[in-house]
Each structure stands twice: as structure tokens, then as C-alpha cells.
Design a binder for this molecule. Structure first.
Ligand SMILES: Nc1ncnc2c1ncn2[C@@H]1O[C@H](COP(=O)(O)OP(=O)(O)OP(=O)(O)O)[C@@H](O)[C@H]1O
Length: 219
């Protein structure tokens, strides 16, 4: 379970105070994959970063009683001067996993050939996204955090493979996806919350959440 208790977060923009969350309390239960719908610029990445522990709230408490992933596509833990092989093996050791297994899995999923043994700094944006996503799937978590769905890669084969693995993982794990569009959530989530006025309002079905979100964003 992941719990937010009275969490507040805002940013001073130089002119106004941009409120992301205001005294928000909610729980993400394992076994219930869900989405968060929020318009661009409203705080999706900030919320998911707080869930992952990458960003601190201004006030309130965030409790994690399960293995929470880093967000999909997060490059912060990847050293660009090192090869994908070195990065994969290093991260595997940090999580006390078998480096051979994690390396082999990432190498297979990324499918970037000899580049896997070249520094990550030499990769294209798409190759980096694929490596970051492969790394996240190479480590077992209870709760996977996904920012805006699949990584920004045009590689259809990779997207199909990675999507299938994520779907398979959901037999044992839970996924939380933040997006500005309901379509992104449809494949993985049955329910969703809508970010509105610094609060997350939870709905039992994706359809209900979508109806409220469409109403709020179009009015
Ligand atoms: N460190 C920061 N300092 C000041 N303002 C910030 C900071 N981080 C984020 N913001 C602002 O907070 C708001 C929410 O940012 P965030 O990236 O969480 O939104 P988002 O919904 O993920 O955006 P997008 O959909 O465009 O990726 C934005 O207006 C952003 O400019």
C-alpha cells in the first residue's frame, strides 16, 4: 500500500503559488491498478515523483509499505558515461538481484545491438527511453509508476513487447499511470482519480472518472 496523509505541495512561480496538492489524503491499494487523470502542467510528474520518493512534500506524510518502482522513463539513476551493461548490472546489485539476469533481460528487451555495450550518452532519445523502460521492467516491484503511458519511442516492436510484459506483470503487481488522456489508461486500469483543486477524487470506474475529467477540462 502507498498512502498520502495530509500531503501538500506547491511551487512558487515568481508571481503566484502553483498548488499541486492541498492537504490530500488517499491510499493506493495493491491489486487495484489505477490511473490519475490531470491536464498538462497540473502536477502529474510531481505527484508521481513524490510517490517514488524522488520529491518531498511540503507538508504531510507519505508511507510506502510495498516495493514502489521509480517512474517509467526516469533517467536519474542511469550514468550516461557508462554502458547499458554496466548500468543494468549496477542497478541489479543495488536491488540485490542477479546482475546476469537483469543484464540479459534488458539486453533482450532493448534490442539495441552493439550499443548496449557503448556509453548511454551515445544513444538516441528513443534508445535511452527503451533502456530506462527495460530497466524498470527488469526489476520486480509491487507497484509500477508510469508517467504518461509508454515511453516516447516510435519502435513498434519494442512497444508491443514491453506492453505485453507490463500486462503480464499485472498478474502479480499493480500499476499506477498518470496521464492527461483517458485513452492511455484504458489498457491497464479499471478505475481512475481526477486531480482537481489540489485534491485527487477517486472513482470506481474509468468511465465515471473520464466523464468528470471531460466536464472539468472542457468547461
Ligand atoms: N521545481 C519547480 N519549481 C517551480 N515550478 C515547478 C517545479 N517543478 C514543477 N513546477 C511547476 O509545477 C507545475 C506542475 O509540474 P509537473 O511537471 O508536475 O506537471 P505535469 O502535469 O507533469 O506537466 P506535463 O504534463 O506538462 O508534463 C508546472 O506548472 C511546473 O512548471
Amino acid at each position: 500500500m502507498l498512502e498520502f496523509y495530509n500531503v501538500s505541495k506547491s511551487f512558487w512561480t515568481g508571481k503566484t503559488n502553483k498548488v499541486i496538492l492541498h492537504e490530500a489524503s488517499f491510499r493506493i491499494e495493491l491489486g487495484n491498478s489505477m490511473g490519475i487523470l490531470a491536464p498538462n502542467g497540473s502536477g502529474k510528474t510531481t505527484i508521481i515523483n513524490m510517490m517514488a520518493g524522488l520529491e518531498k512534500p511540503d507538508d504531510g506524510v507519505i508511507t510506502r509499505s510495498c516495493r514502489v518502482s521509480f517512474p517509467l522513463g526516469f533517467m536519474g539513476g542511469i550514468n550516461h558515461r557508462h554502458t547499458a551493461t554496466e548500468n543494468a548490472r549496477y542497478i541489479a546489485r543495488l536491488y540485490q538481484l542477479d546482475p546476469d539476469e537483469v543484464e540479459a533481460f534488458c539486453r533482450w528487451l532493448c534490442d539495441i545491438g552493439d550499443y548496449f555495450d557503448m556509453p548511454v550518452g551515445t544513444y538516441s532519445q528513443g534508445m535511452r527511453s527503451r533502456f530506462a523502460f527495460a530497466l524498470m521492467l527488469g526489476i520486480e516491484f509491487d507497484l509500477y509508476l508510469v508517467d504518461e503511458g509508454m515511453p516516447a519511442t516510435t519502435d513498434v516492436k519494442f512497444n508491443r513487447r514491453a506492453g505485453a510484459i507490463l500486462k503480464e506483470r499485472l498478474d502479480d503487481a499493480t500499476v499506477l499511470i498518470v496521464s492527461h488522456q483517458a485513452e492511455t489508461l484504458e489498457r491497464y486500469c479499471n478505475s481512475a482519480a481526477v486531480l482537481s483543486g489540489g485534491q485527487l477524487n477517486f472513482f470506481d470506474t474509468l468511465e465515471e472518472a473520464k466523464a468528470i475529467y471531460d466536464y472539468e477540462t472542457q468547461s
